[in-house]
Design a protein around this ligand. Sequence first.
Ligand code: A3D
Length: 320
Amino acid sequence: MARKKIALIGAGMIGGTLAHLAAQKELGDVVLFDIAEGIPEGKGLDIAESSPVDGYDSRLKGTQDYKDIADADVCIVTAGVARKPGMSRDDLLGINLKVMKSVGEGIKEHAPNALVICITNPLDAMVWALQKFSGLPKEKVIGMAGILDSARFRYFLAEEFNVSVESVTAFVLGGHGDTMVPLERYSTVAGIPLPDLVEMGWTTQDKVDSIIERTRKGGGEIVALLKTGSAYYAPAASAIQMAESYLRDKKLVVPCAASLSGEYGLNDLYVGVPIVLGAGGCERIVEVKFSDEEKAMFDNSVGAVRELMDACIKLDPSLA
Ligand code: A3D
């Protein structure tokens, strides 16, 4: 069987990390595409030169030509600009919307059968625009945010309980931003929900509340530390898990930004919800029952996503 092909659109901090992980895991051959000359070629060659040491067989190629992504099985999009201290994800909208247009057209022409995973911020609005610009089926265009936000929540909880990160499951839904919705009832240690753990004296509600607040601001915490850009190791690992679930038809149930068509009472909108991610792309959207308080948080988050979509439509009326 021929190797799969992974196209990375954007070869910056996340793109380079994605290339390294995809090659190490032998997910397929990797094409790094970027408008910056030399960067994708240099990163591709550097990673390829580590392959004899690490013992993996993936070919890597850097390029500025969309023709090289031809017939990719997966395209992971990080093209655009990242946050610097003092910037919100929404500040990126104007620049990155234009980037989504050119990327969408490139994918449409050269890799129309790919699964497209968008990472570029502001995530929910950008993946929505990318689907429209590319014209690919909605189930084949999804956004990475929920796995990362949930991973941050899981990591902080595992630290608090002094247990393995693998024993902690967590659920963060809604838009990727300060309005994201971490769900306590669906977050567990070995199946025991967080509210029960509070009752059992493992932690206090105050601690849980501060962990939720830290999770909401998790991206900003890294931006403030790095000063020159935003997180890239954990975002790349999260997107690679999505690519792997698709390529190996694992059907992981993971929170992703997915296009809703009636689920949660919403239409023509991307927001973070649990999905079954398999060979068909987004194969199923899981509709979680919300409490009144959770529903209010989710609605608030959806409102924030809609505002960003409206801002996109103002800039590019073809999206309406
Ligand atoms: P960075 O290292 O700046 O890489 C972006 C790359 O995109 C650069 O190499 C640019 O040259 C390239 N680029 C710009 N315009 C184009 C274009 N038209 N076509 C192709 N390439 C282009 O950023 P990064 O890798 O750190 O972050 C990439 C994006 O991911 C940013 O928008 C971040 O805000 C976003 N991000 C999202 C999350 C989520 O959880 C959703 C987390 C972290 C970062």
